[in-house]
Ligand binder design. Sequence first.
Ligand code: SF4
Ligand code: SF4
Length: 177
Amino acid sequence: MKKIVKTIAVIVDKCNGCRACEVICSAFHATPQYSSNNPERSRIRVIHEPLRDIYVPVYAGEYAAAECTGRNKYTIDGKDYDECAFCRASCPSRSLFTEPDSGLPLNCDMCESDPPLAKPMCVQWCLSDALVYEEREEEIAEEDATREELETGLESLAEKHGMQNLLDTVARMSKKG
Ligand code: SF4
Ligand code: SF4
């Protein structure tokens, strides 16, 4: 079975720190859509290191219940980066990728919408070409595809109705059964 894998390549050196990606992501995901823009609700955040004049756009990824113990440094093209600069986790040691009102972790959903967008909003709004959208086909097992569909469905339900509501509903349904 074929699956389309969507990725966004980040060209760090092209990012000028304008934060248009943060603005449009938070507006696109606001309820109602475009009713507000608050970068703290964005699923992409631009990490800025003022002394070293470095901007790193980072996508919200996995949720981590505890902070990690590693604190490495990376040196790339003569610039020093903290390990956290590249980390996509919603983690207790920083406020990134946590929904400010509910405290729920934020996750980039590639702007899934109906009808689908030609390109994710942050890519469309990045005039510096620092974000490059790519699609590729991958062969996957059928049971993996079913599991992913189920997970994606649960994620969007949780986003729409809130994780606690979803858990309460599941608990009620399992009692009825
Ligand atoms: S829109 Fe592009 S250039 Fe601007 S902060 Fe985001 S990634 Fe960087
Ligand atoms: S792809 Fe969409 S959801 Fe992900 S960071 Fe960009 S605008 Fe936000």
